[in-house]
Structure formats: structure tokens, C-alpha cells
Design a protein around this ligand. Sequence first.
Ligand SMILES: [Zn+2]
Length: 643
Amino acid sequence: MKELNIINKAKCNVAILAGGKGSRLKSRSGDIPKPLAKVCGLPILEHQIKLCQSYGFTQIAILIHHQSELIQEYFGDGSKFGVTLNYVVEETPRGTAGALKDALFLLEERFLVLYADTYADVDLKLFWDFDHQVQSSGTLFLHPNSHPYDSDIVEIDKKTNLVKSIRPYPHPENEDYPNLVNAALYILDKSTISKIVPNEGMYDLAKNIFNLILSSGFLLRGYVSIEYIKDMGTPDRLDAVESDINGGVPEKLSVRNFHSAVFIDRDGVINEDIDHLSNPDEIMLIDGAQEAIRYLNKTGFLAIGVTNQPVIARGEATFSDIESVHLRLGKLLGDGGAYLDSIYYCPHHPDKGFFGEVPELKIQCTCRKPSTGMIDAAVNAFNISRQSSWMIGDRTSDILAGKRAGLRTILVQTGYAGRDYLYDVDPDFVAKNLKAAVDWINMGFSQVCQKITPMIPSFIDSRLLLIGGASKTGKTSFAKVLKEMLGFLGRDVHLISLDGWLDPERKLNEGNGVLSRYKIDQFVSELKGVFDSKHRRSFIHPSYDPISGEKLKDKKMSIGPNDIIIVEGVVALLDSRLLEMASKSIFIDLASETERTNRLIYEYKFRNKETDHEIQVKLQSREIDEVSVIRKNSEVATYKVTF
Ligand SMILES: [Zn+2]
């Protein structure tokens, strides 16, 4: 038994399933039916009607069940919203598929299906056009999500986009599956629904009908998109959706806009670097990797894996081995609510002539990092803005690829920690691991930008800027952001780190005052040569491995008479000659001394593998002859910045 309320005889190209009771939202929305529950002040159904209207879908069938009169009263004939609404009111529950079948007489040959308990910001026109490229019984909108373990997983053929299987949850404990989830937005074919869905009884589209369509030999296609669509049917989910909207996440993921991405190397960054990783059972996530990627997912950054896998060219692993490794990686991340929006891998290797190799993959390709092929492909596929995107890696090839691709780069101190020394390249920033790198992208970086912005006018005409402060307060990162910001304003800026002038014999000077550990006279005289010159001069910047202390290749700088020089280091504000030359000086400190000490302990352990006792002795000695001296001297600074 059903009651029809047909206002307009024109056929609809949208069906919105709006039969939900909203009992799980009762604590929030009271007794109103779910389609009237408010998201950021408007009923969820109104958001959907507006979405349809904005893409030109104006003939809409609303399939309702509970308290239908309240919904009809609010939306009326739809003219207020620029659409025509037809209501189908159901008295006996038939499930989503049954309800749809009973409303087919109102629908066009092909129609969109939306669920009234999802919030979506999807380009329906693009979705519609994709569906029309190939004949099928329907197209399902698919995406990775933060809870694949309790979602229906859809497997598609990556080349044809044809759906291979739909696996309703729960999923067996020991089974890997792709994080590609049915988002509850479809385009369906009227005749297939008419044939497949029975006339009586309860049927659910996702749980029963799609698999029936596939097993009857009809085709379904998957449309994979990063656009925002989320269920808001419980108080927690409603809160999450509202917080996403307020944080601009749907906007950031919309195809209307360029996207910001974080490109992440795989081995040594997301998972522990194991030689010849080809067995999924060997993958171990690095601490904090799930959390880091989940944070990117939540804040509207695309998380994209880019990994060199020469094991394939060397014949040590097959494409299918690597695919199963990635399936497991996706599963492990998914268990922690995190996902990669995509993962690109290069199967090539340039050096020919080894036993067991795959000759056709032994080529000089354009995708193997430090080439930028994988990043370029993702930039095109996802409409990524390079200026607001980042590369995180543990090898110099990652950093060089990121730089060549026009991204900001972060070297992590996990995996190789930059000690492959294959390419002479400086990362923009250094972080102890992926989690710290992502925290820097999401918070640290913008905090530093905010602190610097008001000071910029007083820096812009400088010749020499000094940045000082105790170890591990963030001087180097501050200096790098400052260099970038002044660079945007058209100034040529050179960054000099006083660590290049640390005395190799400094261990003998422990306890004799911090200045005695630097070759400061030599530095001042070299700097003065450039500073006073009216012509462009070259400047040699010594450089050392931060871990072993071994000498690395000098960096050659070419400094013009109008360029800005930034000198940063623990002792930058301790030498009166430097202070006299400087236009401005900045003292950096951390509000939390505990935080600073923790960073220092981590650094000591990372560098020298010192014991806890050795570290405590060193910390105490440094407190007396370094930290207290530096803090006392902070009064000379033009600006004091505390984080
Ligand atoms: Zn390649």
C-alpha cells in the first residue's frame, strides 16, 4: 500500500531516499524525521536539494516514509528551492531498493540516487558525464574512507572501472582488501532495477541488489573520487560533518579548486625500510604513521604515496607482489582510520645486465625519483597546486624530486635519514618522523608564518639578519620560512648556519663557554668580506653530517651586494661584531623547557646513541655554559619570539 502525491507529471532524474526515522539522532534533533535534521543550520535534505539544483538536476523524486507530512510541509512543491519535487510516500517498509522500484514510474531511464543522511559536495555533472561514457546498469561513487573495516568494500578493475565484486562488512580478520568504499551515491538504470528488484519484500541496494545485478551478468562501474561525501546519521558523525564543513574540508576536496597534497615516500617513512620488501607479512608501520596520515585525511590534504620499486625490474618481486604489499599497507593504515588517496610506484631501474632482471623494465625512465614523473602524474590526475604541496622522504632522491617538482620538502630522520648522500640537496625542513613532519605542515609552519608576517616590513631592506637561541628551539625552521617569505617579496636571500663553523676539536672545550666551541673569529672575518663588498662574491659554507659529524662537501654560495644574508645559530647573538653589522636580530625560544629538553634528548640519542646518563651529564653542563648564557644575552635582540 502506498500513497502518491504527484505534483508534476515530468519524469525525475533524481531520487532521494529520505525514509529514515532519525532515531539515532533523537538526542540531537528531537522527534523530527532524519531528512529534517540540521547540518550547520539547514536540514540535510535541503543541502541535497541545493546540490542537485546547482548542477541542473531540478526534477526530484523524494521517497519518504516517516512523518512524511512534516517533510512535505517544509519543502512544498520545491519552487522555493528552484526545483520541482514529487513525493512518494511509502506505508510498508520496502528497503532502499524496494522503495526505488515502487517509484520507478516517476523516474527517467537513468537517474541519480542520493541518500538523505549523507552530506555531499560532489560535482554531479562530472559524475553524470562519466556514467554516460559507457553503457552499464549503473555507476557507484567510490572513495577511500577512515573506517573501511565497517564499510562495504568495492573492488574494481583499475583499467575499465568495472566493478568486480562488492564485499559487505564485516570483513574476515585475516583478509586484505582495498580501501575503496561505496559512498551511497549512484546513477542507476531503470530497466535493470525493474528486472532485478522483486515486487514484494524488503531489499537493500548495497546489501542485496548490487551483487544480484553483477551475478545476473549486468555491468556496474565505479567512479573513484576524492570529493567530500559523508554519512551524518549519528550524533558523532553529525559532529564530524559539521566540523569538516566549518574547517573548509568539503571545499578543499571539491573539483572546483586546486588541491593541496602531501607526497609521501613509502619505505623508511610510512613503513620500516626492509630490503627487497615483497611479502605483505613483512610490512611494519613506523610509529605515528597511521596518526600522521589520518591527520592529513581529516584536514583536507591529499595523501599520496610515491615509491621507487626497482625490485620489480631486478626480478626480485612481481607487479602482483607489490600490489599485495600495497593492499596490506592500505589495510594496516585503514585499521587506524587512515588512507592514502593514491599510491604511485616506479617499477624501473636504469642499470642493465644483472641475472634474473626484467629487461624491458631496465630503462632510464621519467618516473624513478629523483625524476618527477610520479608527482607530475598525480598533479595532473588530482588537480594539485604545487605551491601548497609537500614532499616527505628519507632519501636525498625524495628531496630532490620534491624540489624539482616545485614542492616544499621535509626530510625525516627515519629510514635512511638523508644519509644515502646520492644527491647534493638540502631539504627545506627536517623532522624526526612522518608524524612530526605532518604536525609541521598542519601547525608549526603556519604558526611560524604568523609570527614572521608582522615583522616582515622591518626586514625587507636588511643586509644582515641574525637568528639566535638555545638548541632545538626551531631557529633553523624559522630562518627557512623567513627566507622563503622574503624571497616571495622579490629579495635574494642566503641562509648561513653557524653550525658550519663548529670547531672539530670542540669536545675539548666542553665547559669553557659555548663560543669556544665555534671558530667564530674565522666566520666573522669571512662574512665581513662579503658583507662589505660592493660586488658579487662567492662564499664557502662548510657543512657536516649532523649525525656522524663527518665533513661533507662545502656549499658554494654567490652573494650579491644587495642580497639579504640570514645567519642563524646558537651563538648568533653572542658576538658583538655580528650584532654591530646586523640590521635586526631575533631571539627564538620555546615556552616549554620540557619540550625543548625532550627534543634535545631525542637528537642526542639519534646522533650519537649516547646513554641516558651521558645525556644527563651533557644537559647539565650545557645548561650552565650555554643555555643560561644565551638566554641572558637575549636582551640584545630586536625581537623575541616564543613558540
Ligand atoms: Zn620509472
